[in-house]
Write a protein that binds this ligand. Structure first.
Ligand SMILES: Cc1cc2nc3c(=O)[nH]c(=O)nc-3n(C[C@H](O)[C@H](O)[C@H](O)COP(=O)(O)O)c2cc1C
Length: 209
């Protein structure tokens, strides 16, 4: 089982100013990072964008790819590091992502990797941290992949983008779990500072690799 990283923090000391060195040294090519994300309502994509932005500020060359459309062509061996993010629906990360990661497990094991899971269990008014940890553990178990860094981030409740059936399902879930049932607005629970700390921790891992 991986250690708990809710809200996402690794114990590493976070460097405060690595970007200046990174940009100044033009003779060393910066690592090429693949940031693969699986999103349904868009929150994981937003988190991936924030991570990409933070890594790019440090001079890293980040390529973001949606996991669902990249299945056949994906070549993680072309990258120096790989980060994967995926959201939870009905207790699971997407099955296509399990397959994708399992297929590339050996290539991933040979480079610095990180994984983040996005769910409502990881935050919000009534967080269920044990459930969020189980989602992470299950993903590692099913894929056989052990990224060096892993985190669960709270996602969002986006009533405005759900269709009528999904909205009703979410009202039931929220009623049972003590969440928001007022559908006239959306609720974002993502801790953006934790997301940025995660990106910094990953940059440190890359620098050590
Ligand atoms: C239909 C549906 C089912 C969900 N099931 C779960 C669940 O089982 N556990 C959980 O913690 N969060 C669950 N969530 C919350 C999502 O993980 C959360 O909304 C997340 O932000 C979605 O990320 P995405 O927009 O990138 O897809 C569910 C959300 C929806 C809409």
């Amino acid at each position: 089982m991986l250690p708990h990283h809710f809200g996402c923090v690794e114990n590493d000391q976070i460097a405060t100013d690595t970007s200046r060195n990174a940009v100044a040294d033009t003779t060393t090519p910066m690592p090429r990072i693949l940031l693969l994300y699986a999103t349904t309502e868009g929150q994981t994509a937003l988190i991936a964008e924030r991570i990409a932005h933070t890594l790019r500020e440090k001079g890293h060359n980040v390529e973001m790819l949606p996991a669902d459309t990249t299945l056949p062509d994906l070549n993680p061996a072309a990258y120096d590091g790989v980060m994967v993010g995926a959201s939870i629906h009905y207790g699971h990360h997407p099955a296509y992502l399990h397959k994708l990661i399992s297929r590339h497990r050996e290539v991933l094991a040979a480079r610095p990797c990180a994984f983040f899971s996005v769910s409502l269990s990881a935050g919000g008014p009534r967080p269920k941290l044990a459930a969020a940890q189980r989602y992470l553990d299950k993903f590692m178990r099913k894929t056989g992949w052990q990224p060096q860094l892993a985190a669960s981030f709270a996602g969002a409740l986006k009533y405005s983008v759900y269709g009528p059936i999904k909205r009703r399902v979410m009202i039931v879930f929220m009623t049972l779990g003590g969440g928001e049932t007022n559908t006239s607005r959306d609720y974002e629970y993502t801790d953006w500072a934790a997301v940025e700390r995660f990106a910094h921790s990953y940059a440190q891992r890359l620098a050590r690799a």
